[in-house]
Ligand binder design. Sequence first.
Ligand code: ATP
Ligand code: MG
Length: 234
Amino acid sequence: MLELRHVSKSYREAHTRRAVLTDVDLSVGDGEFVAVTGRSGTGKSTLLNLISGIDVPDSGTIWLDGVDLTALGERERTLKRRHAVGFVFQFFNLIPTLSVAENLLLPLELIGCPADAARARVTELLERVELASRAESFPDRLSGGEQQRVAVARALVHEPRLVLADEPTGNLDAETGRIVLGLLSDMIRDAAKTLIVVTHSEEAAARADRVLRLEGGAVREAPPASGSIGRAPR
Ligand SMILES: Nc1ncnc2c1ncn2[C@@H]1O[C@H](COP(=O)(O)OP(=O)(O)OP(=O)(O)O)[C@@H](O)[C@H]1O
Ligand SMILES: [Mg+2]
């Protein structure tokens, strides 16, 4: 599903070059739920940007869903991302000038989904996140938890193989975060998709199949969180 080999990434600032990721190897299987932890500034968001093809590594290869992203041009990477990847961000990132339903329609329009099928799919997803009655609302009228439920629906609406979430509960209270994370992991599991979540939450890590820790530019397999509940077998 996803394979990184010898991936390195640094940023140049003024006259210095700062290494963020150094020779990272990583394999994620189909249907896996992987949690990524690590202190601030260790490169977690950078890693997600490379996996999604938003950014490119200095060296190394990244295979996503059978395609070597590092061999593609920017436009091809964008097309690949639109089909294969869904995102959930810490600050929801819904488009403020679009209604809830329009926010969900957008990823489908971008991949050329027929309008009738798109509308049916949006209705289905909004029902799943219990926001069907808010389809015509604008994002700023929703609570943080409601906005993040819309974002979860948006991340899955185009049936991507991979969903990436960058601290999806970081801006929610504990109880709301638990609900959003439960919804995200349940929906991903039901759809047999792969989920990579950057999180500081022990609880979130406990739900994952594997926990990876970023430190000093490297990715290490962390021991399973205590009290891990694992995932229901499929
Ligand atoms: N565009 C950029 N230009 C220069 N430096 C950058 C850029 N993007 C990220 N960095 C640096 O790379 C390092 C890793 O950043 P990144 O955002 O990946 O960390 P993170 O692990 O996601 O941190 P946090 O937990 O705070 O979100 C940081 O030191 C950051 O300052
Ligand atoms: Mg980050």
